[in-house]
Every structure is written in C-alpha cells, then in structure tokens.
Design a binder for this molecule. Structure first.
Ligand code: GLC
Length: 731
C-alpha cells in the first residue's frame, strides 16, 4: 500500500480534490482491524458505526422505494415516534411503472434523494425491481411489473434521480424474490435463460447503466445457496461479469453463515436478529476466522473498501448537501405520477369523464374511499405529511356543484381493528357510521344509495393489509376480498352508470366487468392520489397510464399457477430440511410472453390503457443510424389533448431456440394536442434481437427475418415493420 502524504488541505482522505480510490486506500490504511470489522455490519437497525476515533460519523440507511420512511428502532422494529419525520408519500412503484415515463421516474428519485438528505439518510433502500411472476405476490405493488425492459428503463432513471443528490440507491432484492410466501425458506430453481432474460436484466441495467451504489440480497435461496451470500449470483455475476463496485447489503435478517458471508461477496450485514451486534456473522465470528486464517484478509479489505467508497460517495465522510423535506414541488411530483400512472381500463359508451355541472349527485361507495394507505404495506410504509383520500378529492372538486352521498358498502376490518384508521369527517354519514354495522346492512345501504344517485362510484381495494398487498405474505386468491364483487354486482344492477375505481397493487379478477360502465385502476397513488382520481373522473386530467403487467381473467390462467402443481407455486416443503423447493417451470414465459404463446386472452393485456381521446399510427419504418431506430407517425384524432405510449415489440420469425412470440424492446410517451401529428423515434437496445445462449453463456443474435410490431399495447398492434438482420453473433 503506497504511503499517502498529508495533502495541503489536511488529512489526505478528507481532501475531496483527490481521486476517490486514492482516498479509499489512504483511509483503509489508517483503520485498525476492529474498525474494519465494525464497518461490515450494523450497530443498530439502520446504521453502521463509522469510525469514531477518526471523527467519521455513522452511515444511515432507510427505506424505501416511495419515500423516506419514519425512523424505526434503534434496536427493534418499533416506530421511533419522532415528530420531524413526516415525509412525501410518492405513489408506489407499480404506479410509477404504469406511467411508462422515465422522466417521472427520475423525478421520483430526485424527491427521495432530496428528502433523504434532509433526514440525514445516506442509503435509500429502493427501488425493488423483482419481476411480477405471479399476480398474487404480496409485494407486487412495490415492484414495476412483468417486463424486464420496462422495469429496467424505469429503474435506471429512478436510481439516477436518487444518486444525483449524492444519496445511494439500493437495487433490490437480488434475486428471484418473486413471492412473499415463505420468502425466507424458498429455494428457487430457474433455467439460465429465464434468469438472464427475465429476472436479472433490471439488476444488470441498474449496475451497468445507473452505476447503482448498493444492491440488496434477497431472503430466498437460489439453487441451494442464500442470495445474501451466493457465490454465483454475487461473486461471479454481480461483481464479476457486471463489475459492480458498490456495497452488497443483506436484506434484514438475510445473513445466515459466516464463511459464506465472508467468501461469497456480502459486504454489509444488516438486521440479523441477534441482541448483541458482536454475534453478527460478520462480527466476532468473522474476526476470529480471519485471525485463524480461515478466510483471506483480502476479503475483509474488499468489504471495507466498498463501504468506504460508499461513505465517500454519500458524504458520510465530507459535506453532505442540504436537502429538502415536504416541499410543494415534491408533492407536485407525487401528483403528476399519480395522474400519469392511473390506468383507465374500461370506458363503455364513453361514460367518463363525468360532467360536474350537470351531474346532480353521486353515490360514493367503499371503505377505500375514506382510507389512507401510506403507513401500511410493510417496509415501504410512509408517515405521510398528508394523504388525500378519494373522498377528499371528490369533495374538493365538487365545490357544491354536485352532492356527494357516501356509504361504506364494506369495511376493511383490519383498519377498524387496528385502531389506526383515519376516519375522515365526511358528509352524509362517515366511515364511523359503518363501524358496528353488519356486512349485509352495509351492502343494503350502499345499494340503496346507488339506486337514488345519478352515478355510483365504487372504490374497491385489495388493501395493504395482511395477505393482501403487503410484505411478508401473498394474497390467497386474485379476487377482491370483503365481498366487494357482490357489492359491485348489486350496485351495478341498480345503477347503469356504475364506475369502479380499484386501489389495488396488482391484477384482480373482475367478474362484474361487463356490468359496469367504467373501470379505473389507481394502484396506491400516493399522497395526492385522491385528487388525481377525482381529476381523471371529471376530465381535468386525461388518463395516460398503461398496464405494466397483464391482468389475467383467472388466476389459473397465469403461468405460475397454470399447472396447479405446488412445486411451481408456492413451493413444496423438503423432507430433509425446512426449505421449500420452488421451480420456475414457465422459464422465460412470464406475463404476456406466456399469454401470447399459450393464446390465452387476458382480461386486459400488458401495455393496455385507454384515453379520453384517440390516436392513429402511420408510416412505420426502421432506420439504421448508430443504432436501429423505429419510426412512425402518431396523430391525435380526438377532440382533447392526451398522451400515447407507443410500444415496440420484436418478433423473431425463425429462431433456432424457443422464443416468445414478441418482446417489448422500446417505448416512448408523447403528448399531442387534438389534430396534432408527431414523428416517433424509438432507438432499440443493442440486445433487441438477441437471446441468452445458455450453452455459450453469452447474449447472441441470429441473422434472419424479424418483425417490429408498433402498437398501443401488446395486443393492440397498429403497424408491422419487417426487418432482416443480416449478421448474427454474440454481443
Ligand atoms: C425488509 C424488506 C426490505 C427492507 C428491509 C429493511 O424485510 O425485505 O425490502 O428494505 O427489510 O426494512
């Protein structure tokens, strides 16, 4: 190790004008063995100790993907009860994905980064980029859908946004954590093509394109090894092939073995459920092992080097930026994402938008209309400065122009029982009017309210409560809970102008779909969600969301559930130990790749979303610049401004290997005034024609005939452009 002179500005490693790696080397050379060991594991729920002797403060980590979580702990999972940690509650990530707008993802990240700075957090634990393999994964709401290309584009922008504030993002959960059921015990078996083409691309893009500064290991095992210290995934792929130079952090309690943690690339152990931090796997046991020569000292220096690099990058060492918390500009970003992420699924006879001046009155039905979802769902919870409910949004918008009659229709008992329910003080009988009333009576009252009103809007939800849209468990079915299907059927039977708004983080079955006038999928749209929903219902905003995941008609249609074999979902308990074998039998056929190949018509296809205007496509072609660029013209042929998401799917006519009928390889979102035409240019990724050759271990494209399918969704293809690829080879 070369000796470093003290630079003119003082201690060399403090000199921000010096190269990062030299500062890392200098500081590493000054640390004692114990100080090095201390930097590889937690000293509280969400901190590592820094180096007190050198005046280096602790490094703070914090959830999560849609805002800065309130303080927890410090040594347990209780909320710290501070009064200064209210924050901006951004829409959950599947809402962001549904915007198909990477610019908004960047803005989402910048808000998180700015608020993290203000709250003194250095590492933000998000985005989660796990692919939606099953519609009933409890954490689908936290991720960005079923397609690796859409997820990659949104994740790269989000990470760049966070890190633009010198706060680290953390791409998670690496890898194959696609369900919550027994997440600590499933052992996933997946074929190499599915691993490389479906489950890894978003992580690869996060590392190679966004230069993400941290990555989090998943709880599960893959091919028999824990993800938090997995030789192949971490040492060979993440750090080897992809040259990741950041910190690989365990999920909380995801570390299980000192030797594996020492040798298989874990750099930071967090959340291990031991009272005494010295009992952590990378604490005393690791130190002893190093001193006995069981592990090379280089393993420690590499872990510490990565942690020091992170501490320099995030200004744990140095002068962090100021940051801003709860700025109106941040709330405006939350509003924009909600407005662009809400998806208009159905709009029969153009029932929407509603006309406030002539509406007369409206029956607002459903407990979800009064609920605030921010502080639920698990680690992504947010203590929001405020959250506008749907009822708030409608009341604010009505301004006396129409009457609002509220009726719960159903109650989410957990909200009542938890005692945390926010009971909105609302007109015509509030939620509290429903407490203590039987389900049957609630439904009767709602049906009666609907019968009298000119329009009925039902707010249904799978909610962020246990075994619904929440971390730690999966939904047990894809149907709406709490008899909401019956409620919707009965209300729509008495009012033909029944509109359904879904606060759901994933697909739900809709047996009533042909009985209602319109359906909006609102996901969990953040603190401004209620206002965004009202704006869309009344046409102040033209919806432009598109589905980031297919909505199957029935759970059994979906690839992970089609066989009904528990080995394929949720896993089968092994006799020899407490783990569950889980086989991703569908391989690369996830989402629309499956529905297309199996010719199973989904209820709503990947990429689907309606507008209050219409778009026409013309003159599709492809030009070969430094990259292939797919072009066409799109015209707004309706009478109101709106946004269209133009999608490009690649079809390979004669592959030598099994390939999906089409794969999303490009998209862009454009806003057009009525009558306006614009030229669309969508550059294709270099891998647009390629597949992963599992025998050669490389991405490879084959010369041959392709079709570039340009459309408004995966099943609404407007133009087909033939293209012949003249040269094959590995990429
Ligand atoms: C949780 C989650 C992870 C989160 C971490 C800290 O169990 O799996 O996403 O960041 O623990 O709360």
């Amino acid at each position: 190790m070369k000796p470093f002179p003290t630079s003119a500005s003082g201690t060399f490693y403090l000199d921000e004008t010096q190269p990062l790696e030299d500062r890392v080397d200098d500081l590493l050379s000054r640390l004692t063995f114990d100080e090095k060991i201390a930097l590889t594991h937690a000293d509280s729920k969400f901190t590592t100790p820094g180096v007190p002797r050198l005046g280096i403060p602790p490094m703070w980590l914090s959830d999560g993907p849609n805002g800065v979580r309130e303080d927890i702990g410090p040594h347990d999972w209780k909320r710290a009860g501070r009064s200064d940690d209210y924050a901006t509650y951004l829409p959950v990530l599947i809402t962001l994905a549904a915007t198909w707008n990477p610019e908004l993802a960047k803005g989402h990240g910048e808000v998180i980064g700015a608020e993290a700075l203000k709250r003194g957090k250095h590492v933000m634990l998000g985005p989660g980029v796990n692919i939606q393999r099953t519609p009933i994964n409890g954490r689908n709401f936290e991720y960005m859908g079923e397609d690796p290309w859409l997820t990659s584009r949104m994740a790269v922008s989000l990470i760049k946004g966070i890190q633009s504030k010198e706060v680290a993002a953390c791409v998670k959960h690496f890898a194959l954590n696609n369900q919550e059921w027994e997440r600590h015990k499933v052992d996933v078996a997946v074929d190499e093509r599915a691993l490389r083409e479906i489950y890894l691309p978003a992580f690869e893009a996060a590392v190679k394109e966004a230069k993400v500064w941290t990555a989090m290991g998943a709880y599960n095992r893959v091919h028999g090894q824990w993800c938090c210290h997995n030789e192949r995934l971490v040492n060979r792929i993440l750090k080897g092939e992809w040259d990741f130079d950041g910190v690989y952090v365990s999920d909380w309690a995801g570390t299980h073995d000192t030797a594996q943690a020492a040798l298989h690339g874990l750099d930071l152990e967090m959340g291990t459920p031991f009272e005494n931090y010295d009992d952590y796997y990378l604490a005393k046991a690791y130190a002893d092992g190093l001193e006995k020569g069981d592990f090379p000292i280089e393993t420690l220096d590499d872990k510490v080097r990565r942690n020091l690099r992170l501490m320099f990058r995030t200004k744990v060492i140095g002068r962090p930026g100021e940051g801003v918390l709860n700025a109106e500009a941040h709330q405006a970003v939350a509003r924009k994402i909600a407005e662009e992420g809400i998806v208009l699924l159905r709009n029969r006879d153009e029932r929407l938008p509603l006309a406030a001046e002539t509406l007369g009155d409206i029956a607002v039905i459903g407990d979800a209309a009064t609920q605030r979802f921010a502080r639920r769902g698990g680690s992504s919870e947010i203590k929001a400065l405020y959250e506008k409910t749907a009822l708030d949004g409608l009341m604010d918008l009505s301004r006396g122009r129409f009457d609002v009659h509220f009726s719960p229709g159903y109650l989410v008992r957990e909200w009542t029982d938890a005692g945390e329910a926010d009971v909105a003080g609302i007109v015509q009988g509030g939620r509290e009017a429903g407490v203590g009333v039987s389900e049957a009576a609630l439904m009767e009252r709602a049906v009666a309210a609907a019968r009298e009103a000119s329009v009925a809007v039902i707010f249904a939800t799978s909610s962020k409560v246990g075994f619904q849209d929440t971390e730690g468990g999966d939904r047990k079915e894809m149907r709406l809970p709490w008899n909401q299907d019956e409620l919707i059927a009965r209300v729509s039977a008495v009012n033909p102008k029944t509109i359904v708004v879904l606060y759901c983080g994933a697909p739900v079955e809709m047996p009533w779909i042909d009985d209602v006038a319109a359906v909006l999928h609102a996901w969990y749209p953040g603190m401004e969600g209620g206002a965004a929903i009202a704006s869309i219902l009344f046409g102040l905003v033209n919806p432009s969301g598109r589905l980031p995941c297919s909505f199957p008609k029935r759970l059994e249609d979906s690839p992970a559930h089609h066989s009904g074999d528990p080995l394929h979902y949720p896993g089968i308990k092994r006799k020899a130990d407490e783990f569950f074998d889980l086989q991703y039998v569908e391989g690369i056929y996830v989402g629309y790749r499956w529905y297309d190949r199996e010719q199973i018509p989904p209820l709503f296809p990947f990429g689907h979303g309606l507008s209050y205007t219409r778009f026409e496509y013309a003159n599709g072609n492809v030009i070969d610049e430094d990259r292939l660029v797919v072009c066409c013209e799109v015209t707004n042929v309706g009478d109101r401004a709106g946004a269209e998401v133009v999608q490009v799917y690649v079809h390979d006519h004669q592959p030598s290997v099994d390939r999906p009928p089409q794969e999303l390889k490009g998209f862009t979102k454009v806003w057009l005034e009525p009558g306006e035409t614009t030229e669309i240019r969508i550059p294709l990724d270099p891998r647009a024609f390629a597949f992963f050759d599992e025998f050669l271990g490389v991405w490879r494209q084959e010369a041959g005939a392709f079709t570039l399918r340009i459309g408004a969704s995966s099943r609404d293809i407007r133009l087909e452009v033939p293209y012949v690829l003249h040269s094959g080879g590995s990429l």
